[in-house]
Design a protein around this ligand. Structure first.
Ligand code: PXP
Length: 243
């Protein structure tokens, strides 16, 4: 089975916002990624608008030829924006103002009634909803009961493991969770903290359909260009699958 790459271009906007300039353009970055092997463009519209702005979401949705995966918190403001813009995919993530990046998966289990309501609202607007969760059966069952077709397994704990033993443990948890979710009929995506070094093992998990990768690709682009950085990652993913 093939594997798809969603490139998260948030940090193109981070660079722009750092100086309040009009460049570099997240839209231009999206088009380069698409030409270089990206199967979708992922952007996170954060409550504090620290990188991606509302206008970026509108422009990118309008112009890209693949599909947009809009990451957002499950707030009324974001639901309204998503319903107006209608991205193909919407991935619900937890969000804390002080965090540098999304720190953990969404606790769907502990806020089930609210999550069911939000998922239903997005579904009514023909948006395919994905829930970003940790590799935990309790969370997968909760996602299932929200009626979503897709989950994204958080790979950050695996990526940040400080010893080979911890990495193996986190990897096995991800593998188990992917198998469990796949057998329930969910589409399984994964992402966070993935790099050229740690993506091969994750891409080998054959129930994973799509990987969403941002920071490492944009960082690598500083040295080799965005087209090469995207292409390198996609090639590595396909090779891991034997394609
Ligand atoms: N998937 C989700 C749900 C995320 O929130 C993020 C970060 O915005 C990513 C993937 C990409 O993570 P990274 O930038 O570490 O590759």
């Amino acid at each position: 089975m093939s594997i798809y790459l969603g490139v998260n271009i948030d940090h193109i906007a981070t660079l722009r916002e750092a100086r309040g300039t009009t460049y570099p353009s997240p839209l231009e970055a999206s088009l380069i990624c698409e030409k270089s092997g990206a199967d979708s463009i992922t952007i996170h519209l954060r409550e504090d608008r620290r990188h991606i702005q509302d206008k970026d979401v509108e422009e990118i949705k309008e112009i890209i030829k693949t599909k947009m995966n809009l990451e957002m918190a499950a707030t009324d403001e974001m639901i309204k924006i998503a319903s107006q813009i209608s991205p193909k995919d919407c991935c619900l993530v937890p969000e804390k103002r002080e965090e540098l990046t999304t720190e953990g998966g969404l606790n769907v289990f502990s806020q089930l009634p609210r999550m069911k309501e939000v998922c239903a609202q997005l579904d009514e607007n023909n948006i395919r909803v994905s829930l970003f969760i940790d590799a935990d059966k309790k969370q997968i069952d909760a996602a299932m009961s929200c009626g979503v077709p897709v989950i994204e397994i958080h790979t950050g704990h695996y990526a940040e493991a400080v010893s080979p033993a911890e990495r193996e443990l986190k990897y096995n948890e991800i593998k188990e969770a992917c198998k469990y979710a796949h057998n329930l009929g969910l589409q399984v995506n994964a992402g966070h903290g993935l790099t050229l070094d740690n993506t091969i093992a994750i891409a080998k998990i054959d129930s994973i359909v799509e990987l969403n990768i941002g920071h490492s690709i944009i960082s690598r682009a500083v040295f080799v260009g965005l087209a090469n950085a995207t292409n390198e990652m996609k090639t590595l993913m396909l090779e891991a699958r034997g394609i």
